[in-house]
Design a protein around this ligand. Structure first.
Ligand SMILES: Nc1ncnc2c1ncn2[C@@H]1O[C@H](COP(=O)(O)OP(=O)(O)O)[C@@H](O)[C@H]1O
Ligand SMILES: [Mg+2]
Length: 326
């Protein structure tokens, strides 16, 4: 029988929200669920694309993933994922009108994810919602009661938390086991990423419940070297001025596959899992599994620097050899 999460919490108990959460924790064996939030300093750096692609990449490793559109000001994961008919969204959980199973949108997975038993479901966001920090206890009570049911049904919750200028985005980072801070090589993005590290303060160095805390992901790079340089610049500034630095998790290459997929309202990882960006995201997923669960997953090699003449010649050579093999 499907659980009705809505009934597990009554609005008149709102005053004792914390007590309920403590009670819930006491009555269960430690959950296996891992909480990851994805945020950035500046908008438009690839948070939503990486959150969605990472969800499908983790499903390829057999994980049951729930992707939450927690960018409460600029929710757009439903469009990005090609979900056209979502009747309900996070706002219906917040006002208590719907239960989590009614609101979740389940994606069909195939190939490796299907074989491995992985799954992905989206909790769509609503337009123009108030920030989590501005919600009243009733609203938070409804939301928390709905989400607490995920312990039994998911292995990973990935929250697309939005840009760090919103209070809400930082709240998600404080509460998560690990936070992916996305930046691009643009100086404005680097500066704003540093701003997020500074705003998070001590919380940047360790995640909730002894988790990994803040980790850097450099998106839209032309090579692994460029990404490592960007991460090193941020880490050095952070070390120098804040006395500590977030670890560097990995990178995603600039890839036209993403631009084309966004235009077609498709998640690039679903259409092109073996594109350069797809391999990068799978490597990120492997790193996350290593950090969160101690898994030992081999990194996939990428053709370095697919841009420019080098990339052109490599592709040319590949296609000539492919012709020869036929
Ligand atoms: N690795 C990449 N390569 C090429 N374009 C990218 C890449 N990542 C993101 N983009 C582009 O950046 C745009 C913004 O990405 P999005 O995930 O919506 O950012 P955010 O959620 O941070 O605002 C996308 O529409 C896409 O065109
Ligand atoms: Mg976004």
């Amino acid at each position: 029988m499907p659980l009705n999460y809505r009934n597990s919490y009554e609005p008149d108990q709102a005053g004792d929200l914390r007590k309920i959460m403590v009670e819930k924790d006491r009555n269960r064996t430690p959950p296996k669920l891992h909480t990851l939030s994805v945020l950035s300093g500046k908008g438009g750096v690839g948070k939503s694309n990486i959150s969605a692609a990472l969800s499908f990449a983790l499903a390829d490793f057999g994980k049951r993933v729930v992707l939450i559109d927690a960018d409460l000001g600029m929710a757009n994961l439903d469009i990005l994922c090609g979900v056209r008919s979502a009747k309900w969204n996070i706002s219906h959980l917040i006002d208590g009108a719907r239960s989590l199973p009614e609101v979740l949108v389940h994606f069909r997975v195939s190939g490796r994810a299907e074989r491995e038993g992985g799954s992905v479901a989206l909790l769509p966001g609503g337009a123009g919602l108030k920030e989590i920090a501005d919600m009243d206890e009733n609203e938070l009570g409804h939301l928390f009661a709905s989400l607490s049911g995920l312990d039994e049904t998911a292995d990973y919750v990935i929250m697309d938390a939005g840009a760090g200028i919103h209070k809400g985005a930082l709240s998600f980072a404080y509460a998560s086991e690990a936070t992916l801070l996305i930046t691009t090589p643009e100086p404005t993005s680097i500066r704003d990423a540093y701003g997020v590290i500074k705003s998070l303060g001590a919380a940047a160095w360790g995640g909730a419940g002894g988790g990994a805390g803040l980790m850097l992901v450099v998106n839209m790079v032309t090579s692994s070297k460029e990404a490592a340089d960007v991460a090193e610049r941020i880490r050095l500034a952070s070390m120098q001025f804040l006395g500590n630095a977030p670890m560097y998790l990995g990178y995603v290459l600039k890839d036209d596959t993403i631009i084309r997929s966004v235009r077609n309202c498709r998640i690039f990882y679903r259409t092109a899992p073996d594109s350069n960006a797809g391999i990068c995201v799978r490597n990120l997923a492997g790193e996350i599994l290593r950090i969160c669960e101690g898994a030992n997953i081999e990194r996939e090699e990428l053709p370095e620097n697919s841009a420019g003449m080098g990339g052109f010649l490599r592709r040319l050579a590949n296609s000539i050899f492919a012709e020869e093999k036929k």
